[in-house]
Design a protein around this ligand. Structure first.
Ligand SMILES: [Fe+2]
Ligand SMILES: [Fe+2]
Length: 175
């Protein structure tokens, strides 16, 4: 069962999330995307959960704005399909840091497994803009730039909240 962080709707079963689920179901069910569950991204959040957060909020925001929410949701789920632990993988000599290089790697992996159109490709490859210098071509690509940061902030916030809660639990147990 999956849920975007901060959302109360269970993706697979909630009526409210059913349209979203229909859009991304084949991606969520694929082995290559499930592989992201093995890699930690922001603290305790896995790459899979982070991608689900970005994908879901892309969908919500793009739908509200009258943009292409289907492609935003699908590309959101694939935007970080780089498939390695960026915190332990050593950079090759002369290679730019992960923040600059991973959109390309994610796009390459995504194209190997899914049919993507130009808009979805742009959403994935530009999601780290302005690190990836070229301007996004579509409004949905700007939305992911913001939703990616928003999701990371939620994930870091949730990690800190659980750290503080465990600190107080331990302190209370000692007294
Ligand atoms: Fe990324
Ligand atoms: Fe991301």
């Amino acid at each position: 069962m999956s849920k975007a962080l901060g959302s109360k709707y269970q993706i697979e079963t909630s009526e409210k999330a059913s349209e979203y689920y229909e859009i991304v179901k084949d991606i969520l069910d694929s082995d290559v995307v499930k592989e992201m569950k093995q890699f930690k991204h922001h603290y305790s959040t896995t790459c899979y959960q982070h991608s689900l957060n970005v994908s879901y909020y892309n969908y919500v925001v793009c739908k509200k704005l009258g943009l292409n929410y289907k492609q935003a949701a699908r590309a959101g789920m694939l935007h970080d399909l780089f498939l390695y632990d960026w915190r332990v993988e050593k950079r090759r000599k002369g290679e730019l840091p992960h923040g600059f290089t991973h959109p390309k790697r994610a796009l390459k992996n995504a194209k190997e497994h899914f049919e993507l159109d130009k808009r979805e490709e742009d959403i994935i490859i530009k999601h780290m803009w302005p690190l990836t210098v070229k301007l996004p071509k579509y409004p949905e690509s700007y939305v992911i730039v913001i939703m990616d940061k928003y999701s990371a902030a939620l994930e870091i916030g949730s990690h800190l909240k659980s750290k503080v809660a465990s600190f107080y639990r331990h302190a209370a147990a000692k007294n």
